[in-house]
Design a protein around this ligand. Structure first.
Ligand code: NOJ
Length: 448
């Protein structure tokens, strides 16, 4: 068993989680900047105002990426660093930061993978309705144009939306993420439709205007169910369960987002429930939304039901179950079943755009970070990915995260990085897992 020789090994992060410099060099405020402070959902009232201060440590961070042998870095662009009001005037200094980052990556032999939208929505646009506003897909297009025009001579890989399930589900249904709202179903349906359209318009623009041939996808998450036994019936059952999209939770499903984009229609169970309430698209809009993509980008951390840490014990959760710092079940088989099921449904090569674990790491007396659990976790997950690589085409694997960062409502307690960040001093230390990952990349996974 082996990964293909052009398999892309990398790591990921997102603007609000690592950059800091929240109000510097002309950056405008986003919904997290304005609404997270002192919100009851946010641990220790922490925000991304300073975070890992990647904005000021960019060169040092790229050098550490190189030291770990990364072939790719997936990062997101802060919309309001580039367009402080979300639309209108461009902030050249903000754009320059990303242009410099791309140059620095390429100079170090690291492929830049750009996520256009990773949850840090412009506050100015939120105030005029945000994703509820019919114009929101055009705002997204305007932002996309600015970054594609500036970076596509050097950037080939684009991901439109990161985990739209969380952006909308956590931000506007559950109200646990910025901007902490609880919206009605009709509003959520409208917002979801506008996000799908935003994706479609961005893809069209990139295809028609990028300065080089592009590879485009998005990055939803997938919590697929694992079959209960080896039988084909168990597989079918788990497969069906994995793509259910109904009830209030439709926003958290995979099929609500992926079926329109990859199959050109909403899921049947979703339509059976919401039918007439669902905003209609014209044929032209459907064509944009479902325009062919190049691979299926997906964030995978666990199998379905791997999140019952506070609930009752059940199929996937038993007494003493191994789980990570944030409380997610350790379920390596997720990297086998989810890609397999996603390939069956959507028929595209799969890129793991995120996978990793949080713990409460610290620096040992010898000055190193001995995160053996992260090595074991990643080893187990990558073996499953290697197993599925025998059955379906894979594009790459981005470890989450390249460095410790702001874990949204969980603040800074949860450390996901391959690089440890001391937030008091901004000193970086590559963890043992970072060096282990380097050896995996060097052998193209042959020793897993
Ligand atoms: C999903 C999100 O894309 C990312 O922002 C987050 O930090 C990780 N998963 C871990 O929760």
């Amino acid at each position: 068993m082996a990964f293909s020789k052009d398999f892309i090994w990398g790591a990921a992060a997102a603007a609000y989680q690592v950059e800091g410099a929240w109000n510097e060099d002309g950056k405008g405020p986003n919904i997290w900047d304005v609404t997270a402070k002192y919100n009851e959902h946010i641990k220790h009232s922490e925000t991304g105002e300073v975070s890992a201060d990647h904005y000021h440590h960019m060169k040092e961070d790229v050098a550490l990426m190189k030291e770990m042998g990364l072939k790719a870095y997936r990062f997101s662009i802060s919309w309001t660093r580039v367009l402080p009001e979300g639309i209108g005037k461009v902030n050249e200094k903000g754009l320059q930061f990303y242009s410099d980052l791309v140059d620095e990556l390429l100079a170090n032999g690291i492929e830049p993978l750009v996520t256009i939208y990773h949850w840090d929505y412009p506050y100015a646009l939120e105030q005029i309705g945000g994703w509820r506003n019919k114009a929101s897909s055009d705002w997204f297009l305007e932002y996309t144009k600015v970054i594609v025009d500036a970076l596509s001579d050097r950037v080939k890989y684009w991901m439109t939306l990161n985990e739209p399930q969380c952006a909308l589900g956590c931000g506007y249904l559950v109200g646990a993420f910025a901007p902490f709202q609880k919206c009605s179903t009709p509003e959520l349906l409208e917002m979801g439709a506008n996000m799908l359209l935003a994706h479609g318009k961005a893809v069209k623009y990139i295809r028609e205007n990028a300065k080089q041939e592009s590879k485009i996808s998005m990055a939803p998450y997938a919590d697929c169910y694992a079959p209960e036994d080896d039988s084909p019936e168990a597989f079918e059952k788990a497969y069906k369960e994995s793509f259910v999209s109904k009830g209030d939770q439709f926003l958290f499903s995979m099929s609500y987002w992926s079926d329109p984009i990859y199959l050109g229609h909403y899921p049947e169970d979703f339509m059976a429930q919401f039918g007439d309430m669902v905003p209609k698209f014209t044929d032209e809009e459907w064509a944009m939304i479902s325009a062919p993509l190049d691979f299926y980008g997906v964030n995978i951390y666990r199998v379905g039901s791997g999140n019952a840490s506070r609930g009752e014990y059940g199929r996937d959760w038993y007494q003493g179950r191994p789980h990570t710092g944030i409380g997610w079940a350790v379920t390596p088989e997720a990297l086998y079943w989810a890609p397999k099921m996603l390939y069956k449904r959507y028929g595209l090569p799969v890129m793991i755009t995120e996978n990793g674990m949080s713990e409460h790491d610290w620096v040992s007396l010898d000055g190193k970070v001995h995160d053996t659990y992260r090595i074991d976790f990643t080893h187990r997950y990558l073996r499953e990915l290697k197993r599925v690589s025998e059955e379906i085409p894979l594009v790459g694997y981005m470890h989450w995260s390249v460095m410790d960062n702001y874990e949204w409502a969980d603040g800074y307690d949860e450390r996901f990085g391959l690089i440890y960040v001391d937030y008091q001093t901004q000193k970086r230390t590559i963890k043992d897992s970072g060096y282990w990952y380097k050896s995996v990349l060097e052998s193209n996974g042959s020793e897993l």
